[in-house]
Write a protein that binds this ligand. Structure first.
Ligand code: DON
Length: 368
């Protein structure tokens, strides 16, 4: 197992070194704690995804000032899947502006699964949001380009800006989803029927399947998150990935819709804009401070990585990252990207609807 810190931002002071050790030790502890967890199942609805080992597990934090902390399988490449969606939404905003994009997609969470086929808002002629498949396909269908290759190159270029290096697609995953993605084809054709998308549906689907099959590591996800945390500028390259004016749009939909039918519970427990993917990736953003990337293929019944949810919860607690904890933190934004932890909170039991009982600490105190 590897455990390391890469500091790309100038000289390291003694105080920073102590902080870096603490961050690494938090990541290492979370990795050790959740490595034995065997809950969840690797996605198999895209046959090629089922070949990935459930044991792979990497965690990375990249700060808005360009420090990278990583543990485990942090450089293992896997397919980005739905984590591509908020970034392509950003490209659509860049291509067309907010006003037009708002006519093509809403910003309402659905409370449904990512591939819901029934939740299309027929009255507004818009899919509910850009992170469910319907909205994501609609966004991909409006990406500018002279032909399909030009559009794909623009998407590759987008992810190059966010990660700081060239990106490749996993052709076997792409072909696997292209040949079995009947549900997405149905969603796209239904949207064509309702006038929610126009143009060549098969071309849009191919581009959508290609964006989902791009290969990233959890280090890449953390750097992409750090870029959003840094108001659109990649902290490792110093280059802008997205106009600053659209970062808030992206983070808002990630906060409300990024985890689909777990979005409310996620906002309550972890409190960060985030996006999951069925490849086992999770990306979360602590605005102004850092990006988190986690990779662990076994998914829960909602399609979110089991270990990644636990790790993000641990990071939130350790660094006071829940956005409603940050609001009450006395340190000014930006002086220290990984600030002190908030006051201790009792551990939160799992949701009772999932068949778990509440923690005794959270039950009302009864006197005899
Ligand atoms: O549309 C699909 O089925 C996939 N290519 C992406 C789905 C996905 O990652 C859902 N997120 N958790």
């Amino acid at each position: 197992m590897s455990l390391q810190v890469n500091v790309s931002a100038g000289a390291v002071s003694v105080r920073q070194s102590a902080e870096q050790l603490r961050i690494l030790s938090v990541l290492n502890d979370l990795h050790l704690k959740y490595k034995p967890l065997t809950d969840g199942k690797v996605a198999d609805y895209i046959p090629q995804l089922a070949k990935v080992s459930p044991d792979l597990f990497g965690i990375c934090i990249a700060t808005a000032d360009g420090q990278v902390f990583e543990v485990g399988d942090y450089d293992y490449l896997f397919t980005i899947q739905s984590i591509s969606k908020p970034f392509v939404y950003g490209l659509a905003l860049e291509d067309h502006g907010r006003e037009y994009v708002r006519t093509r997609v809403g910003v309402e969470p659905t409370g449904d699964a990512f591939n819901s086929i029934i939740k299309l808002d027929e009255r507004s002629k818009r899919p509910h949001n850009p992170l469910v498949n319907a909205g994501a396909i609609a966004m991909t269908s409006i990406i500018k380009g002279t032909d399909p290759t030009d559009k794909l190159n623009r998407i590759l270029d987008l992810f190059q800006r966010y990660t700081g290096h060239g990106i490749l697609a996993d052709m076997s995953v792409f072909m696997s989803e292209r040949t079995t993605g009947h549900r997405n084809r149905a969603i796209a054709h239904l949207m064509l029927n309702f006038g929610m998308i126009d143009g060549n549906v098969d071309e849009a689907l191919d581009l959508y399947f290609q964006q989902c099959s791009l290969m990233v590591s959890c280090r890449d996800l953390a750097v992409m998150g750090a870029t959003l945390a840094n108001h659109g500028v990649n902290p490792l390259t110093g280059k802008r990935a997205i106009p600053a004016e659209y970062v808030r749009d992206i983070l808002s939909v990630m906060f409300t819709c990024g985890l689909y039918d777990y979005a409310g519970e996620w906002a309550y427990r972890i409190g960060l804009p985030a996006k999951s993917g069925v490849g086992g990736g999770m990306l979360a953003v602590v605005p102004g401070r850092f990006g988190i990337g986690v990779f662990s293929p076994p998914l829960d019944e909602r399609g979110n990585s089991v270990r990644a949810i636990k790790v993000c919860e641990g990071i939130t607690e350790a660094f006071g990252a829940h956005i409603f904890d940050v609001a009450f933190c006395s340190s000014p934004i930006g002086t220290n990207p990984l600030r002190e932890a908030p006051p201790e909170r009792p551990a939160l039991a799992s949701d009772t609807r999932n068949g778990h009982t509440p923690s005794p600490q959270l039950e009302p105190h009864r006197t005899a």
